[in-house]
Design a protein around this ligand. Structure first.
Ligand SMILES: Nc1ncnc2c1ncn2[C@@H]1O[C@H](COP(=O)(O)OP(=O)(O)O)[C@@H](O)[C@H]1O
Ligand SMILES: [Mg+2]
Length: 401
């Protein structure tokens, strides 16, 4: 029997459409001689559907008629249950029926509720092998504040930043402004900490603009970050594939932007109308850089992947300050647009091989996890007679859990 890959995409995220494109590309690349593919589309309000119609991107123009051709499905958060269920209606009510059994999951979800660990938590609870980052690395990679804190601690260069919550901004605005001006100075770039696709991101050249941009960014997230703005920046991306213990880095790309900030349109529409995904954006591959700078960026990309304990395929985005040649890691995308397949093709790994690699990494991690002790079969309540509640239970006092 072929391995059945469940590809999850869509989702409650501002990058919903991009995920549909990335997943469609990935599903078409999977070698059907070796694998079956079950598409699972998560709608913008969080419902799961499966069906053949989900393979064709053209069908997403009319979502109600697409969903009418599909079956609502769900998994159960029960360890060891890899089934995809649907509700079967009988004259006595509805009963859950197995629609199909998955062997491995590949999340191709971008942004909130998909790339940030929440979906990974759902999947991890079932114990099914899945591709890509786990809860910890997804969450750390998604939050621009937490990510920068970890990188800084590991001596990976990041730009100076100040972070705060929307509530702090409301209560202690003047204090925060003072901190920004003292630590960074204008111009700055203001960002919601845990979105993607440049949503809510803007430059501020003075106090008035700072207030305006932070007010706007706080509409998107309760966690906010203000960073030093690199005026003469060159953006370079590098994909990393593997595990934090054993990984390889791709050739570099230089995305080309139409304005000062790489926009949603630059990233996904190739500057034109009609979304085509990350692969269609304007870019230079390989980036035209001296060999030593290329090596340094690949090294920093690998280090970022390693210290964040990443898994599968990620893309690390780096900023080069042309004024003084400094290199800063800007962010990691733990489920990158188009799964960065175009960077791996340019590095000698075809898209179908990339998908195979993601599956084998997922299965390998599952085997490794199964070797770890996560619970004891002995029942502590059945040992040593009476359990007298927390007061009497041995070990509770000294427990460091
Ligand atoms: N510190 C910075 N200095 C100058 N430009 C920046 C800086 N950080 C981000 N940018 C610009 O803003 C874009 C979006 O920022 P980024 O942190 O990558 O957010 P997103 O997660 O939305 O992609 C970048 O691609 C770049 O063009
Ligand atoms: Mg970015």
């Amino acid at each position: 029997m072929k391995t059945n890959i469940g590809v999850f995409f869509g989702g409650r995220s501002t990058e919903h459409e991009i995920s549909v494109i990335s997943a469609s590309q990935a599903m078409h690349a999977i070698n059907r001689d070796r694998f079956d593919v079950t598409p699972i589309y998560i709608t913008k309000d969080g419902r799961w559907y499966t069906g053949e119609a989900l393979f064709d991107v053209a069908n997403y123009r009319d979502i109600p008629s697409l969903l009418a051709k599909c079956t609502p499905v769900y998994m159960r958060p029960i360890y060891g249950d890899y089934n995809l269920y649907h509700d079967h209606k009988t004259m006595f009510g509805t009963t859950p029926k197995v629609f199909t059994t998955l062997d491995v999951v590949i999340p191709v979800l971008h942004g909130s509720n998909g790339e940030d660990g929440t979906f990974q938590g759902v999947i991890e609870s079932t114990g099914i092998p899945f591709a890509g980052c786990d809860v910890l690395s997804s969450a750390n990679g998604m939050d621009k504040i937490t990510m920068k804190m970890i990188l800084k601690e590991c001596d990976i260069p990041v730009v100076d930043y100040v972070w705060f919550t929307d509530k702090e901004w409301f209560v202690r605005r003047d204090e925060i402004i003072e901190r920004v001006e003292e630590k960074i100075g204008y111009p700055v770039i203001v960002k919601p900490a845990n979105l993607g696709s440049s949503v809510g991101i803007a430059r501020a050249d003075n106090r008035e603009a700072l207030i305006d941009k932070v007010d706007n960014a706080s509409k998107y997230s309760s966690r906010l970050i203000v960073e030093h703005l690199v005026e003469q920046l060159q953006e370079i991306n590098c994909s990393v594939l593997g595990t934090c213990d054993e990984y390889q880095t791709s050739v570099l790309e230089e995305p080309i932007k139409s304005g000062e900030i790489l926009s949603y349109e630059d990233k996904y529409m190739g500057g034109t109308k009609g979304a085509k995904g990350m692969q269609a954006s304007q870019k230079r591959i390989p980036a035209d850089l001296p060999a030593d700078l290329t090596k340094r960026i690949q090294f920093l990309a690998g280090e970022t992947f390693r210290v964040l304990s990443c898994h599968g395929v990620s893309r690390v985005d780096v900023i080069v300050d042309r004024a003084d040649g400094s290199v800063y890691v800007n962010e990691i995308n733990t489920i990158p647009g188009s799964l960065s397949f175009y960077l791996w093709e340019a590095s000698g790994i075809s898209f179908d091989k990339l998908m195979e690699k993601l599956v084998s990494l997922a299965l390998k991690r599952k085997r490794d996890i199964d070797h770890k002790t996560v619970s004891y079969s002995a029942n502590i309540f059945a040992l040593g007679g009476g359990v007298k509640g927390t007061k009497g239970a041995k070990g509770v006092k000294g427990s460091q859990a």
